[in-house]
Design a protein around this ligand. Structure first.
Ligand code: COA
Length: 540
């Protein structure tokens, strides 16, 4: 367990003092290891973004269509960033035939309004949907709902990727959920605008039809429940794409679309004009002061993260590099030190931090519960820094009721009325993941560092447990093989790349941009007014 060291006790707040020796062998080795790990992720990302067949790109451009990324650039306010999410979705699946899962999602500014953008990438299998494409689309809608953000759909898709139909069509969180979500967003008065910039076939036709306002591009945009070949097969009618569901048909005959655009650029301009007439809702008021840089360089984090999670990460050192002025008003500093709680500022925003500093015991769970309640009662967003091996096990702790104390922390986190932003900076194991606002607890955003690991337990423990269950007089050689195999599988399945490919998170981020990511996430979350605090029944 790491202890806090203060630089000084300033008038207003404690300033964290580092104890890192930048020249130590350990720091240098960690630094090198983590930088190369981060570079590997960046290389994969660059490759994913550029991995397109030249002929397909040419065909796309020859139709006068812009690429999905170019469309987003033109849609958002000039020289503002696009906060892209889950860019490595579907990585290492489907023979890597679905880079980014064939869809770009994220948040950008349109006339200063933080807006969710969902853009099909028609250069990836005609913009069709596999399971991860749907997950990414649904997650974008969830973000719009949870944070009260308008949403724009840039539609250019052949609908369901037919060979995967059993994994994308029938279930609750499959293709149909997109339109269910549109209905729910609409009922919440969240503006939705669709621009049809290519194919919009079968169920996909409901995307523009269920949006508040829609735009279609002449010549390339088309909408129909069934395309010409199916129409011919079904009813023997011979019809062209334009006659069946082209831009003119839908803007002048069917009324499915509201605005006719000459080309992609024109459509994006119209969309911006539509936004120009939205009323801008005031944001939730959270105290924000002038930004102060941390006292220490953020890239020193590379030298602090231990390649082996067994060694632990000194979270005071991490917090010192994330928060403004490295100032941290710790709460219950001397009590239950396996969890760190306290107030700080990120880019001027007033926030609460819950960070792991070892295993969770009963008293750590109670301390965190108290702190989460404080943040809820004071309307302060909470940042969870996860590096958790789980709750303490054993007779002594079970008898003391660790399950009911862990339950209180889970209860408090689940019902928190304030935004929760989770960063997995190290391990995320077992029920520790639940108590620390893991994905199931609906944090507004959840990101992983490249070194992060997530799993029900570590590979070594899992191999011990599984071998002990399965072992029935088997030879020890067989056990060793089995352990090795389980270990390997758990290693792969707990990696950040495995997680992000399956959209268990919103993306892997370079640790050195964590401050910016947190500030953006908080700013986005403030679009939804915080409800009144509510709690469930705490088992005492
Ligand atoms: N399911 C599976 N694969 C599909 C697909 C679908 N619905 N739609 C397109 N593809 C594949 C194509 O087979 C092709 O794969 P390949 O690169 O391995 O050869 C790739 O996506 C690109 O399709 P292509 O037709 O060459 O591109 P395009 O830009 O000329 O046309 C579409 C794109 C989407 C307009 C056209 O493919 C189409 O109409 N698809 C069928 C749409 C449909 O009926 N969907 C109903 C399902 S809900």
């Amino acid at each position: 367990m790491f202890t806090k060291r203060l630089l000084n006790c300033s008038k207003s707040m404690d300033v964290l003092k580092t104890r890192i020796n930048l020249r130590s062998e350990e720091f240098v080795a960690n630094n090198e290891y983590n930088k190369s790990l981060n570079k590997r992720i960046q290389d994969i990302l660059n490759e994913t973004q550029s991995k397109r067949d030249g002929d397909i790109l040419e065909k796309h451009k020859a139709r006068g269509k812009l690429l999905a990324s170019e469309r987003i650039r033109l849609l958002i306010d000039r020289d503002t960033p696009f906060f892209e999410l889950s860019s490595l979705a579907a990585y290492d699946q489907y023979d890597n035939q679905f880079p980014g899962a064939g869809i770009i999602t994220g948040i950008g500014l349109i006339h200063g309004m933080e807006t969710v953008i969902v853009a099909n990438d028609a250069t990836v299998k005609g913009g069709t949907y596999v399971n991860e494409t749907i997950k990414k689309h649904l997650r974008a809608q969830e973000i719009a709902l949870q944070n009260n953000l308008p949403i724009v759909y840039l539609v250019d898709s052949g609908g369901v990727f037919l060979p995967e139909q059993a994994n994308v069509y029938p279930d609750k969180d499959h293709f149909g959920r997109i339109f269910f979500n549109q209905a729910k967003l609409s009922a919440e008065r969240i503006p939705q605008v669709a621009i049809v910039m290519g194919s919009c076939t079968a169920g996909g036709a409901y995307i523009p039809a269920m949006s508040d306002e829609s735009i279609i591009v002449k010549g390339t945009g088309s909408i129909f429940l069934a395309g010409p070949p199916l129409v011919k097969a079904a009813i023997g009618e011979v019809v062209t794409v334009e006659e069946l569901g082209g831009a003119v048909v839908h803007t002048s005959i069917s009324g499915v679309v509201d605005h006719l655009a000459d080309n992609d650029e024109d459509a994006l301009r119209i969309c911006r004009d539509v936004f120009d007439h939205f009323n801008k809702n005031p944001k939730q008021n959270v105290d924000r002061i002038e930004i102060e840089e941390p006292l220490y360089l953020i890239d020193e984090i590379y030298g602090i993260i231990q390649p082996s999670l067994k060694k632990g990460i000194d979270m005071y050192e991490i917090i010192a590099r994330l928060v403004d002025g490295s100032k941290f008003q710790e709460f219950k500093a001397n009590y239950a030190q396996s969890i760190i709680t306290g107030f700080a500022r990120i880019m001027g925003y007033n926030i609460g931090i819950v960070a792991n500093n070892g295993i969770l015991f009963s008293e750590s769970a109670l301390k965190a519960t108290h702190f989460i309640e404080l943040c809820c009662s004071r309307s302060i967003p909470i940042v969870f820094l996860q590096n958790i091996a789980g709750f303490m096990v054993g007779k002594e702790y079970e008898h003391k009721g660790i399950a009911k104390d862990g339950a209180k922390m889970i209860q408090a986190g689940a019902n928190a009325n304030v935004p929760k932003i989770t960063i997995i900076v190290g391990g995320s194991y077992g029920a520790g993941n639940y108590a620390m606002a893991g994905r199931a607890y609906e944090p507004n955003f959840l990101f992983m560092w490249p070194n992060a690991k997530i799993g029900v337990m570590g590979g070594e423990q899992a191999s011990e447990v599984l071998v002990s269950i399965k072992q029935k007089g088997e030879s020890s050689n067989k056990n060793t093989d089995m352990k090795h195999e389980i270990l390997q599988r758990f290693e792969t399945e707990s990696s950040a790349l495995y997680s992000t490919s399956r959209i268990w998170d919103d993306g892997i981020i370079d640790p050195i941009i964590t401050r910016e990511v947190l500030a953006l996430s908080i700013s986005i979350a403030l679009n939804k007014p915080f409800p009144e605090p509510k709690t469930g029944v705490y088992r005492m």
